[in-house]
Design a protein around this ligand. Structure first.
Ligand code: SF4
Length: 341
């Protein structure tokens, strides 16, 4: 066994973990259809809010256990994938489509997905089918986990200051399905693969625009009225306005300051902004009372305790992503190259 290979015992533990997370995913899906309130809380109010912090601290763990990732790689693991290769252009185009999908889907939560368990379940199932199809045709993670997945742009942004390299439990050997590999390149950012105009646009939108998009997303209330043009304009208005504002700021600052530092500051701003609004809303102190609430502690917790909490998380994210000068490790340990054995 080379140092890049994982022991059988460790692999077995990861397989258990993947199975457990996959079953939990199915449990959420079941609840979204049959017990919508519980399903919506589990998915949108627990799983999704925990994800950004996990991506910041140990993105490799998520890359190993994500149920949609496992689903997409099932054809490859079982020897059924056609293992086609993407060109750099195609890879860039997928990255840009992933960013656009993220920006279209997230605001729809306010009028559709946060309210309807069936709509969320349908979304997950459609995304699951696309993930399997991409895994059936393309080599390893190239088309889904490192391509079309709408969470992938966020992984690149938030996971740029990763400290823990986790064993790669999907690729038994590296076939160079994507270059550079986001899983095994230390300090990977949305600009690391900026080989094409697609990569460049996708990277700029995510780094520059995402902090404003997150801010704008939290300025929109959940709307229970029937979905119409007016509601659609309302849910996209503020996120797009926020996105354009911070993107312009980023593009101007890029002319005067080193891009690497700016990328980390904008990444830390986006994730800090997310928890700045999300944590108070969990406990009944949100911008729109009741939206995204897990438990109402508004009459119990003093308001300053929430301020203290969000200041602490902000300091932590800036320290982790911007100021902590430790070595930036790859998300996962690189497996042995296939042609080296
Ligand atoms: S480790 Fe190799 S095979 Fe696996 S995703 Fe990265 S480039 Fe592709």
């Amino acid at each position: 066994m080379t140092k890049n290979q994982i022991s059988q015992r460790s692999l077995l533990i990861w397989r258990y973990l993947q199975t457990l997370v996959f079953i939990f995913g199915l449990f959420i899906l079941f609840n979204l259809i049959f017990f919508q309130k519980l399903g919506l809380t589990l998915f949108w109010n627990i799983l999704i809010p925990v994800a950004p912090a996990l991506l910041v601290i140990a993105v490799g763990v998520w890359r190993n256990v994500c149920p949609l990732g496992s689903l997409s790689l099932l054809p490859r693991h079982s020897g059924l994938s056609k293992r086609k290769r993407l060109t750099v252009e195609q890879s860039g185009a997928l990255s840009l489509i992933a960013v656009i999908a993220l920006l279209i889907l997230a605001p729809l939560r306010h009028v559709l997905f946060d309210i309807s368990g069936i709509a969320t379940a349908l979304l997950i199932m459609i995304v699951g089918v696309i993930a399997v199809i991409t895994g059936f045709y393309f080599e390893w993670k190239s088309a889904w986990c490192s391509g079309l997945c709408p969470i992938y742009p966020v992984e690149k942004l938030y996971g740029m200051s990763n400290r823990f390299s986790i064993p790669n439990v999907h690729c038994d050997q590296c076939y160079r399905c994507v270059t550079p590999c986001p899983d095994t390149t230390p300090g990977y950012t949305p600009f690391t693969a900026a080989n094409t105009t697609y990569h460049e646009i996708a990277g700029s939108i995510m780094v520059g625009g995402f902090p404003g998009f997150v801010w704008g997303w939290f300025q929109v209330p959940t709307m229970k009225e029937k979905l119409g043009l007016e509601q659609l304009l309302l849910v996209y208005n503020m996120p797009i306005l926020g996105l354009v504002s911070t993107l312009l700021l980023f593009l101007i600052l890029k002319r005067f300051f080193p891009t690497g530092k700016l990328v980390s500051i904008f990444a830390a701003s986006a994730v800090s902004c997310y928890y700045w609004f999300k944590l108070p809303s969990w406990f009944g102190y949100g911008v729109f009372p009741g939206d995204g609430m897990l438990i109402d502690l508004s009459g119990i917790l003093p308001e300053w305790s929430l301020t203290l909490l969000v200041c602490t998380t902000t300091l932590f994210f800036f320290w982790w992503i911007v100021f902590n000068k430790q070595n930036r490790n790859s998300w996962e340990i690189k497996p042995t190259y296939a042609n080296e054995q």
